[in-house]
Design a protein around this ligand. Structure first.
Ligand SMILES: NC(=O)c1ccc[n+]([C@@H]2O[C@H](COP(=O)([O-])OP(=O)(O)OC[C@H]3O[C@@H](n4cnc5c(N)ncnc54)[C@H](O)[C@@H]3O)[C@@H](O)[C@H]2O)c1
Ligand SMILES: O=P(O)(O)OC[C@H](O)CO
Length: 326
């Protein structure tokens, strides 16, 4: 695991390149934007996606996917909706793919480990997820994540290659659980932002986190996740983080909606990705198809389509009472 490729020069790909470089790995960061490649190599900075952070000299950027062919490990950090296309353009090789993106592919309804398996035949797949604001990880602030692979030896090998005291990695074999937590929390974080933007109060925020977690658990259990994974770093941990801070792009999108701005205006011309906006419609569709009740997710999907905040809120508050258990 000496040569590590990071695919995606956004905030999270750049922060993970820092992690790999600090772990002593020769690190190649593939970025789509020429100005990112230039700035990383010339100035040791990524002013476009992760400003004001000095990057490790062991990171070299490239815009050429062919250069990743000789790497021992690929960290895949593209937005979820572009993962398939980027992996299909990348050279064929059997280096393990550690998927670090969060989402569900909109057109297929597939989790990302299924997308990656189809796009990179023969390559072992693992997933990294958890409460991780990129700017904190890049600065070396203490962070803990879930690293999941069906092959537990692979998970241990990847942990050994990347872990460090301030980047703790807890291994698991629950790949679907780690992915579902990260994908669903992005949608719920939008709802968290709406609570803030509409000044609905701290009680409402706590209710949203608890009832949102019930939705995550219902969906996760139906799709093969284990409850302890959902209650861990990649599920509840990340839900709490992103429902509490404007550092979350999903939360800030929701905050804008709660303040009365149109979702379509907020989404237009965005350079950074708010994955929950792409996951919400497909998650709502999957839940409906499987008879899983997810009223908060449905509400977020409606808001993104332009429904009024007051009407959506009224609908949620008028739901008939039910027993608390999930
Ligand atoms: N930023 C974080 O703190 C953080 C933490 C954990 C996980 N993630 C996840 O990592 C993934 C990447 O997010 P990010 O924060 O690094 O991105 P970002 O918002 O910082 O940057 C946007 C990224 O999208 C890429 N992009 C835009 N159009 C594209 C296209 N057509 N094809 C391929 N790539 C395209 C850009 O090159 C850039 O890398 C997301 O799934 C996100 O949920 C982010
Ligand atoms: O900024 P967000 O909302 O994409 O959240 C970033 C990470 O997923 C937090 O774990």
């Amino acid at each position: 695991m000496n040569r590590v490729a990071v695919i995606g020069g956004g905030a999270w790909g750049t922060a993970l390149a820092q992690v790999a470089a600090r772990a002593g790995r020769e690190t190649i960061l593939w970025a789509r934007e020429d100005d990112v490649v230039r700035a990383v190599n010339a100035d040791r900075q990524n002013p476009v996606f992760l400003p004001d952070i000095d990057l490790d000299p062991n990171i070299r950027a490239t815009g050429d996917l062919a250069e990743l062919a000789g790497c021992d490990l690929w960290l895949v950090v593209t937005p979820a909706q572009h993962m398939r296309a980027v992996l299909e353009q990348a050279p064929r090789c059997e280096a393990p793919r550690l998927l670090c993106s969060k989402g569900i592919e909109e057109r297929s309804g597939k989790l990302l480990h299924d997308v990656a398996a189809e796009a990179s035949p023969g390559a072992p797949i693992a997933v990294l997820s958890g409460p991780t604001f990129a700017h904190e990880v890049a600065r070396g602030m203490p962070t803990a994540v879930t690293l999941a692979a069906k092959d537990t030896d692979l998970a241990e090998t990847l942990r050994t290659a990347l872990a460090q005291p301030a980047f703790r990695m807890y291994v698991s074999d629950d790949v679907a659980g780690a992915e579902i937590g990260g994908a669903v929390k992005n949608v719920l974080a939008i709802a968290g932002g709406v609570v803030e933007g509409r000044a609905l109060g701290q009680n409402a925020r706590a209710a949203l986190i608890a009832r949102g977690f019930a939705e995550m658990t219902r969906f996760g259990m139906a799709f093969g996740a284990r409850p302890e994974t959902l209650a861990g770093l990649s599920g509840l941990g990340d839900l709490v983080l992103t429902c509490s801070s404007v550092s979350s792009r999903n939360y800030s999108l929701g905050k804008g909606i709660g303040e009365g701005q149109a979702a379509s205006d907020l989404m237009a011309d965005r350079k950074t990705v708010a994955e929950g906006a792409f996951t919400a419609p497909v998650l709502a569709r999957l839940a409906q198809a499987h008879g899983i009740t997810m009223p908060i997710v449905d509400a977020v999907a409606d808001l993104l389509e332009g429904a009024s905040v007051d009407r959506v809120l009224e609908g949620l508050l008028a739901r008939p009472p039910r027993p608390e258990g999930v």
